[in-house]
Design a protein around this ligand. Structure first.
Ligand code: NAG
Length: 211
């Protein structure tokens, strides 16, 4: 297609992102994030806080898979894609309900990999995030809507929150399961992330100089 078209598209997006009351989420390079692209979700602090996100079984049951956080900072894991926000904008908006999907070709569980808040298993009240089918409108939205919110402490750092139907949001952080595996869980201390565009990550070695 005409390169001018892309230029205008990008310009429109930047203008919309900077002049609107609704800010766009920016990746670690300061670029506006879009729904069609995939992004690694990495700790805002490089080093001991580990790497990106992956999928793995929790406990004895193989499926569904749950979101896991890599221990090593060199593992970027699996990137995510954002979708399904209400405002008619091309960019990923801050503080709006949206769905998050692991951008992976196939898993042993042969189903989509959208984030869902799993019901907790008593006696341990931990709300893990599982990978599951594409959420449908209606009842599904109460367990599959997340928001990305800016954190002030970190440059281009964001936290992810889970927003149930009643308007309230709870922070998504890291908790360890019975086997000591770090996983995303709702209701934990907020964990600050940065987003790195997946296609750039392979070619650009400088992208990890976050702070
Ligand atoms: C996810 O974890 C599995 C099992 O540890 C590993 O084999 C795989 O390479 C990881 N995937 C990515 C994309 O890092």
């Amino acid at each position: 297609m005409n390169p001018m078209f892309y230029f205008l598209l990008a310009l429109t997006a930047v203008l919309a992102a900077t002049t609107n009351a609704m800010p766009a989420v920016l990746d670690v390079n300061g670029d506006v994030m879009f729904g069609g692209s995939s992004y690694y979700v990495l700790p805002a602090i490089w080093g001991p806080t580990g790497g990106g996100l992956n999928l793995s079984s929790l406990g004895d049951t193989q499926c569904p898979l749950y979101i896991q956080k890599e221990e090593s900072e060199v593992e970027r894991g699996i990137p995510v894609k954002f979708s399904n926000w209400m405002p008619k904008v091309w960019f990923v908006p801050e503080s709006q309900n949206l769905n998050i999907e692991m951008d992976v070709a196939a898993t042993i569980c042969v189903q989509s990999t959208y984030w869902w808040v799993a019901p907790s298993n008593l006696p341990i009240m931990t709300f893990w995030i599982a990978a599951g089918p594409k959420p449908e409108h209606g009842e599904d939205s109460s367990r599959s809507f997340f928001q990305i919110k800016k954190t002030d402490e970190f440059h281009r750092g964001y936290k992810i929150t889970f927003c149930s139907g009643d308007g309230g949001c709870d922070d998504v952080g890291i908790a360890r399961d019975a086997n000591g595996v770090a996983r995303l869980a709702v209701g934990s201390e907020p964990f600050p992330f940065v987003f790195m565009k997946a296609s750039e990550a392979e070619t650009s070695p400088k992208t990890m100089s976050i702070i």
